[in-house]
Design a protein around this ligand. Structure first.
Ligand code: CUA
Length: 339
C-alpha cells in the first residue's frame, strides 16, 4: 500500500515540473538550440543505459550473494579464477567508460564551437542590459535619433544572424531562451557578445536563469521572430517619437504622467519625460506584456501595476501611485495609445 502511494507522489512531483507550454519548450527554433538538444539527448541516453546497467548488476549481485548477515564477508584471495574474471570485467568497463567520456567531451567541444561559430557581414545588433528585474533593449544606430530603446520584448527578423551584446546594471543575470540557445550570463561591468539565428517565425519565451534577487522568477522576456518586412515595419515605428495625444482624455493622461512620479524614472520620447531608471515607455502600448512578462498589457492589469506594483512584484523599484480614479483612467488610456 505504501509503495504505490510513494510512486504516485513521485510521479506528481515529476509532473509538477512540466509546464503547460512544454511542447513549446522542447521545440528548438534555431540551429544552435537543436545542436544543444541533440547533445542533451545523446548524454541522456548514455546516462540511462549506464544507470540501468549499474542497477541490474547491483540487483544481480544482491540476488547471488548468500553471505549470512551475521558472518564476516570472506577475504578475497587474489588469483582465484572468479577474482581474475572480475578484474578483466572491471578493466573492460573502465575502458568503455573512458572512451565514452572522451566521445562526450569531443561532442561537447564540437557543439560549443558550432554554437559560437555563427558569423555574418552585416548582422543585426541588439544590446541587452539586465536590471533588477527587467531587460533593457537597445537597437543601436550610428545616427543617434534612429536608435531604438525598448524593454523585455525582443523583435528580430528570421533567417538573419543576431548579435547580442550583453551587460548588467546591477547583479549577475542570465539570458536564457531554451528554444534558441544556451544560457548566457550578464555580468556587471563586463560586456560580452553572442550570436543566434532563428529560422521559424514565432514568439519564444525567455527567462533570467541566474538567481538575482526577490523577483528573479518574474524576470522574463519574449523574442518575437518575424519576417524581415514585419521587423523593419516594427523598427521604423519604434524609431518615431511618441504619438501625440488625440483627445482631451489622452492630454490629461499625459499631464498626469508628467506631473507625477512616473516622470522621475521613465522616458517618453517627444515629451519632457527623459529619465532612464525604468523602461522606456515611448511605445509601451505596442508591447504584449508588462513588468518583464509578469502581466498582460491590458487596461486592468496596467492600472493595477501603476497603482500598486509591489503587490504584483514585491521588491520592485517602482513605487505605488495612489491616483484619483479619473487620473488613473486617463493615464492608462494615454499609455495604451503609445503604439
Ligand atoms: Cu535576473 Cu534572475
Amino acid at each position: 500500500m505504501k509503495l504505490p502511494r510513494a510512486a504516485a507522489y513521485a510521479t506528481l512531483l515529476i509532473l509538477a515540473g512540466c509546464q503547460s507550454n512544454h511542447s513549446m519548450l522542447w521545440s528548438s527554433a534555431s540551429k544552435q538550440a537543436s545542436d544543444i538538444e541533440w547533445l542533451y539527448w545523446f548524454i541522456f541516453w548514455i546516462c540511462l543505459v549506464v544507470f540501468v546497467l549499474v542497477i541490474a548488476f547491483f540487483a544481480g549481485g544482491l540476488a547471488k550473494s548468500n553471505v549470512d548477515e551475521e558472518e564476516m564477508a570472506p577475504v578475497m584471495e587474489s588469483n582465484e579464477p572468479g577474482d581474475r574474471r572480475a578484474k578483466v570485467g572491471v578493466s573492460i568497463a573502465l575502458g568503455i567508460t573512458v572512451v565514452t567520456l572522451f566521445v562526450v567531451l569531443a561532442l561537447s567541444i564540437v557543439t560549443g564551437k558550432t554554437t559560437e561559430g555563427l558569423t555574418s557581414k552585416n548582422p543585426i545588433t541588439i544590446e541587452v542590459t539586465g536590471h533588477q528585474w527587467w531587460w533593457e533593449l537597445r537597437y543601436p544606430n550610428p545616427q543617434a535619433d534612429l536608435t531604438v530603446l525598448s524593454a523585455n520584448e525582443i523583435h528580430i527578423p528570421v533567417g538573419k544572424p543576431i548579435v547580442v551584446l550583453t551587460a548588467s546594471r546591477d547583479v549577475i543575470h542570465s539570458f536564457w531562451a531554451p528554444n534558441i540557445d544556451g544560457k548566457r550570463d550578464l555580468l556587471p561591468g563586463y560586456q560580452s557578445a553572442f550570436t543566434f539565428q532563428i529560422d521559424k517565425p514565432g514568439i519564444y519565451h525567455g527567462q533570467c536563469a541566474e538567481f538575482c534577487g526577490e523577483q528573479h522568477a518574474h524576470m522574463g522576456f519574449e523574442i518575437v521572430a518575424q519576417t524581415m518586412d514585419e521587423f523593419q515595419a516594427w523598427l521604423n515605428q519604434q524609431r518615431k517619437p511618441s504619438v501625440q495625444p488625440q483627445d482631451a482624455k489622452e492630454v490629461h493622461g499625459r499631464d498626469v504622467f508628467l506631473t507625477h512620479s512616473c516622470v522621475l524614472c521613465h522616458t517618453i520620447r517627444g515629451t519632457d519625460a527623459g529619465s532612464r531608471v525604468g523602461p522606456d515607455l515611448t511605445h509601451v502600448g505596442s508591447r504584449r506584456l508588462l513588468a518583464a512578462t509578469a502581466i498582460s498589457n491590458a487596461p486592468g492589469s496596467l492600472a493595477g501595476w501603476i497603482t500598486d506594483p509591489q503587490r504584483i512584484k514585491p521588491g520592485v523599484l517602482m513605487p505605488a501611485n495612489p491616483l484619483a480614479p479619473g487620473d488613473l483612467d486617463a493615464l492608462v488610456t494615454y499609455l495604451r495609445s503609445l503604439q
